[in-house]
Design a protein around this ligand. Structure first.
Ligand code: KG4
Ligand code: ZN
Length: 337
């Protein structure tokens, strides 16, 4: 089964061709990051316009890289949501046109399922597992007992982790997206220099990051007022450490309380190698196994959509040409029309 997948939920125009759910035959990703960077965040209308301008290029490039033609494709997969409505519509229109013209299935994929299944590109974690999904819009702990059966255990009550990275980077004028630049800056800092809060540590499996973001900003303001030099590296390192501590604490708690030995950490923030190495170490100590996608596939890409589509077809066998985009799709939503 060869699936051509499209992802346009935010600021990456991406296409991938995946065979049998695990073999990536080719992929192309055109990032709009440098354009949105000028505005300190993603501008939705600009994102849609740029997807429209480059969607055909990424499709043709991917076919070329895979040495395939449209006739070799057995199904088209596309991100249905969540994401920016206008951006999703560009991908959906392109995907639907291809599927209908080629008379092959159109598989609508939940972007969040894509992040979870990105791990399967290089690894095969056995079920059941817990997924810690950490991205720019989501922070969730999900129990997966069966393929395509998602049980939400906990989530953020306010900001997503990636959002906190982005907001603090914006405040420090470090640019967008905040995650990579904060991680890099933190390498020269002391993670114990400032004691930032670890919110909701003892309250169930939900998270809260807005208090941490405010504490960091207030600390910077206090230093500014007292005319002291801002120790940016120490602030980044201490903020990142607070995030890492809470993510490790809650994932261990989820694994322990549900007697699960395998945890997948996925989504854009899982690109943070400091987090991955600390998490791997903490999990190993408890006899648990951590899985994460290859670095290149942590942030948005189309390969993860192709892989999720494969598992979806295998376990749900559902597709429809009538699908429309769902900007507010949640992790447990499996409705496709
Ligand atoms: O999964 P993703 O590409 O898009 C969404 O679905 O939201 O995640 C993007 C988020 C951004 O907030 C970005 O700052 C964060 O992932 N991110 C990181 C790192 N790389 C990307 N956060 C922390 N450390 C990183 N190295
Ligand atoms: Zn994403």
């Amino acid at each position: 089964m060869i699936i051509l997948a499209i992802e346009t939920s935010c600021d990456e125009t991406a296409c991938a061709i995946v065979q049998d759910g695990t073999t990536l035959l080719g992929h192309t990703l055109l990032s709009q990051m440098s354009t949105h960077n000028r505005y300190g965040g993603v501008v939705p209308e600009l994102a849609s316009r740029m997807h429209t301008e480059s969607i055909h290029t990424v499709i043709y490039k991917t076919l070329q890289k895979s040495a395939l033609s449209f006739q070799d494709i057995n199904a088209i997969a596309v991100t249905q949501g969540p994401g920016l409505e206008g951006a999703l519509l560009v991908g959906m229109a392109a995907a639907k046109t291809m599927a209908v013209s080629l008379n092959i299935p159109l598989i609508s994929v939940n972007h969040l399922h894509g992040h979870i299944y990105s791990v399967f590109l290089t690894q095969k974690p056995r079920l059941p597992f817990i997924a810690l999904l950490i991205s720019g819009g989501h922070t969730q702990l999900i129990l997966v007992k069966k393929h395509f059966h998602f049980e939400l255990l906990g989530q953020t009550r306010d900001d997503a982790v990636g959002e906190a990275f982005d907001k603090i980077a914006r405040y420090l004028k470090l640019g967008y997206p905040g995650g990579p630049v904060i991680e890099e800056t933190a390498k020269n800092g002391d993670p114990t220099a400032f004691k930032f809060p670890r919110a909701m540590k003892h309250d169930g499996l939900d998270f809260s990051f807005s208090g941490l973001k405010t504490a960091v900003i207030q600390q910077i303001m206090a230093l500014e007022e007292s005319k002291k030099t801002i120790p940016i590296a120490d602030i980044c390192a201490s903020f990142q450490q607070a995030v890492i501590d809470i993510l490790i604490h809650k994932s261990l708690k989820a694994a322990r309380s549900h007697h699960i030995e395998r945890v997948l950490v996925t989504g854009g923030v899982s690109a943070n190698q400091t987090l991955i190495s600390e998490m791997t170490h903490a999990f190993k100590e408890k006899g648990l196994r951590l899985y994460s996608p290859p670095l290149e596939y942590c942030t948005d890409n189309a390969a993860m959509i192709g892989i999720a589509a494969h598992f979806q077809m295998k376990h749900q066998k559902e597709w429809s040409y009538r699908a429309s985009v769902k900007p507010g799709l949640g992790i447990c939503d499996l409705i496709r029309r």
